[in-house]
Design a protein around this ligand. Structure first.
Ligand SMILES: Cc1ncc(COP(=O)(O)O)c(C=O)c1O
Length: 377
């Protein structure tokens, strides 16, 4: 008999609890909500959303999204300042193509989202990483790096960062925008976890600084609805949007995802997106508490700060090589992501990342008990 054909990207070997996995659990993807929204949209009877769409993205969807974001982000957002993307990953690739040439320098955080780093490598960019601390990007180090380099942009994950879970403080955000203005680089703010907060609201989106002309705030439906939709948005100055919509890609393809946008518009308008985010934050807040307690109780050898949102725990096991720890973990049928994956300098070797996104509390507990076993010998 031949093996089943693979459909989804996640491929965890049977019996392993992969606490490193950063995808949402299959059970959390809201099939019923999407069924209702699709039925609602398809019953409207028009065929507009099956046609090549407006380059910037369907205006009715953008208007609905602008209303939703204005409420959730607590700032006035105009649909003119939104561009519909097919998720953050492809938006990053598109922006690299439009804003950079191979060989250009860009800045990233150390550590940063490792697949983002792959996108920049594919585009032939020279990546310089800037250290971070508990409050996010270290601006003193940034100022130092700006004496040597002229980056085209800085890629930053300012809220519940992947992998550290940290959030850039409000004071640093303002100073960062001033520095971007002074030195003439763009800030690409990846805010994929902005709406997944479990204790208190994070600082406002970087969209707050749109008028500076130096900011592109990136959002996505992948973590608040479903990655398979391949749908997101970017919020930026109209001049930058103009540059994007006049690209060959947009001219040929039209808007990036008219079909998913049309369905998600119905889902936002009937209140289900708000309900889904409430459901997710409830579940993730519990998982976060549970994992936090279990780690403190069973793996006291590691240092970490309790994350306030997003998916990730960033743990330091002083003196332990996380690559070796991973090998041992796999023997104990649990997995993690070593810190070196997220480093542009092959550093952070005694750090590792765990996630709350893929397993319920019972499996998180079993996974942490297995991890405890790795530290015991
Ligand atoms: C920081 C960060 N950016 C982007 C993505 C991917 O987003 P999208 O599905 O919108 O491409 C992820 C997913 O793990 C992520 O953690």
């Amino acid at each position: 008999m031949s093996a089943p054909l693979q459909i989804i990207q996640t491929n965890i070997p049977p019996g392993i609890i992969d606490l490193g996995a950063g995808e949402p659990q299959l059970d959390l993807l809201p099939l019923d909500m999407l069924r209702d929204a699709a039925a609602h949209r398809l019953a409207m009877g028009d065929r507009d959303f099956l046609q090549y769409g407006l380059e910037q993205g369907d205006s009715t969807f953008r208007a609905t999204l602008a209303g939703f974001l204005s409420l959730r982000y607590g700032m006035q957002i105009s649909y003119d300042d939104l561009f519909v993307t097919s998720g953050i990953s492809s938006a990053l690739d598109l922006l690299c193509g439009l804003l950079t040439q191979p060989g250009d320098t860009i800045f990233v955080e150390e550590p940063s989202y490792f697949i983002g780093l792959r996108i920049f490598a594919d585009r032939g960019l020279k990546v310089v990483s800037i250290p971070t601390d508990e409050h996010g990007l270290d601006l003193v180090s940034l100022a130092q790096a700006l004496k040597e380099h002229r980056p085209r942009f800085l890629y930053v994950i300012p809220v519940f960062q992947n992998p550290t879970g940290r959030t850039l403080s409000p004071q640093r955000r303002k100073s960062l925008v001033d520095m971007a203005h002074e030195y003439g680089f763009l800030i690409l703010a990846d805010e994929v976890y902005q709406l997944l907060n479990y204790t208190q609201a994070p600082p406002p989106s970087f969209g707050l600084y749109l008028d500076s002309g130096n900011v592109i705030a990136l959002g996505s439906f992948s973590k608040i609805l479903a990655p398979g939709l391949r749908l997101g948005w970017l919020h930026t100055h109209p001049d930058i949007i103009q540059r994007i919509v006049s690209s060959g890609l947009l001219e040929s393809a039209g808007g990036l995802n008219p079909f998913s946008s049309a369905i998600v518009r119905s889902l936002i308008e009937n209140g289900d997106l708000d309900k889904n985010i409430a459901h997710l934050t409830d579940i993730f807040a519990t998982r976060m508490r549970v994992m936090d307690d279990l780690l403190r109780k069973h793996v006291p050898q590691v240092n970490f700060t309790t994350p306030q949102g997003g998916y990730f725990f960033w743990l330091q096991a002083p003196g332990v090589d996380a690559g070796e720890l991973r090998k041992k973990a796999q023997e104990h049928k649990v997995d993690l992501r070593p810190g070196v994956l997220f480093s542009s300098r092959k550093g952070l070797t005694d750090y590792f990342r765990l996630s709350i996104s893929y397993y319920g509390v019972d499996q998180i507990e079993e996974g942490i008990l297995r991890l405890k076993g790795c530290f015991m010998g």
